[in-house]
Ligand binder design. Structure first.
Ligand SMILES: Cc1cc2nc3c(=O)[nH]c(=O)nc-3n(C[C@H](O)[C@H](O)[C@H](O)COP(=O)(O)O)c2cc1C
Length: 347
């Protein structure tokens, strides 16, 4: 299966850099692709022009395969007219004040439409399109395949992995509850889909015939070796790369990862309206204490206003990180890649 994965993607090393919606960097993504793995770039919130610009920048840095990542609509997204906007905005006033930002009025739209993003992806022609929060439509999968683009889905349960395989995706990332960032469950509530990587990966491997990539809590050679022992064909790693100087994380975010221990991270809806794993800070504490959180993507848009104004202040940022944060000790991404590669079993 590992050969199937590397052949499918045209890579040498079955190591995928996790996409970081809002925090991907060209430098880090290209470094992993140049190093023989698959760099993935998160396009959350990007319109067509930014997607085209990102792909062009990637091609300037590497001719190796890379992946672009999108969030699919779950169907529960609210629009700017939601009645939940104003109360959530008003509850955030102290955080706007702390960041020196004005409390915002609703925008015309929170997110670009998926169809616009997909059109830009077809033009960008990455080696792979990876998605979270659902099964891409049959048309999307067919169009990707017609263009020679591989499709990578993300599952937090066996049922989701089966649904993705039935939907025609080429690979499935099995994302355990240890993982940083959003719990991308789409068939059941994320709180009901918190399966750890050690339990999830072998059950997904048993359930599907496509290659399975293990994600969540893998930060060094031991985690990689364990993932392969569980039957994974590859690994996807986030936190260990986010800690490095080549990532787009702020210095404060990197320092928070460096200071974390095994119990530091929490699951919270405070920052985006959807459940995600990160390091709690003033923003998380204050929002949870106020108890007013707008549904996604309104809450994410609302917190982005103070996050952006705060310019990397770690108390006013989303400090996404996974349970293996304390294992993310390396500051150079090439070193992380070498460390992870040393855990891949010889073929
Ligand atoms: C800041 C941040 C943003 C993320 N955004 C996305 C995203 O937009 N799409 C996605 O598929 N995964 C996203 N993830 C998850 C990672 O790609 C990866 O699967 C996860 O971090 C793996 O778990 P680990 O952190 O324990 O290594 C994000 C993770 C972080 C830390």
């Amino acid at each position: 299966m590992t050969a199937a994965l590397t052949d499918l993607l045209g890579i040498d090393l079955p190591v995928i850099l996790g996409p970081f919606g809002g925090l991907s960097s060209i430098e880090l993504t290209a470094l992993v692709s140049e190093g023989g793995g698959l760099g993935s770039y998160g396009l959350y919130g990007y319109d067509a022009a930014r997607i085209a610009e990102t792909a062009a920048q990637m091609r300037e840095c590497t001719s190796r395969p890379f992946s672009l990542n999108l969030w699919l609509p779950l169907g529960d997204e609210v629009g700017p007219e939601t009645v939940r906007f104003a109360p959530a905005r008003d509850a955030l006033r102290p955080l706007y004040e702390a960041a020196g930002a004005a409390a915002p009025e609703p925008p015309e739209r929170f997110l670009p439409p998926l169809a616009e993003q997909l059109d830009a992806i077809w033009d960008a022609a990455p080696a792979a399109l990876s998605v979270v929060y659902g099964v891409p439509s049959a048309d999307t999968v067919a169009e990707a395949h017609r263009r020679g683009i591989r499709v990578i889905g993300t599952a937090t349960s066996v049922a989701e992995a089966r649904a993705l395989e039935a939907g025609g995706v080429d690979l499935v990332v099995a994302s355990g509850a240890e993982a940083a960032g959003h719990r991308v469950s789409f068939l059941a509530a994320p709180e009901r889909s918190l399966v750890g990587t050690l339990a999830l990966v072998p059950q997904v491997v048993d359930a599907v015939d496509i290659p399975v990539v293990a994600a969540g809590g893998i930060a060094d050679r031991r985690g990689v070796a364990a993932a392969f022992a569980l039957g994974a064909a590859g690994v996807q790693v986030g936190t260990a790369f986010l800690r490095t100087r080549q990532s787009a994380a702020s210095d404060g975010h990197r320092a928070a990862i460096a200071a974390a221990d095994d119990t530091t991270t929490v699951l919270t809806r405070a920052m985006s309206g959807r459940l995600a794993r990160g390091i709690p800070n003033r923003a998380v504490h204050d929002i949870e204490a106020a108890g007013v959180i707008a549904p996604f993507p309104a809450q994410n848009w609302l917190t982005a206003v103070f996050r952006t104004a705060a310019g990397g202040d770690p108390e006013l940022s989303s400090l996404w990180a996974g349970q293996a944060a304390a294992l993310a000790t390396r500051e150079d991404a090439a070193e992380v890649l070498r460390e992870l590669a040393s855990g891949v079993p010889a073929r």
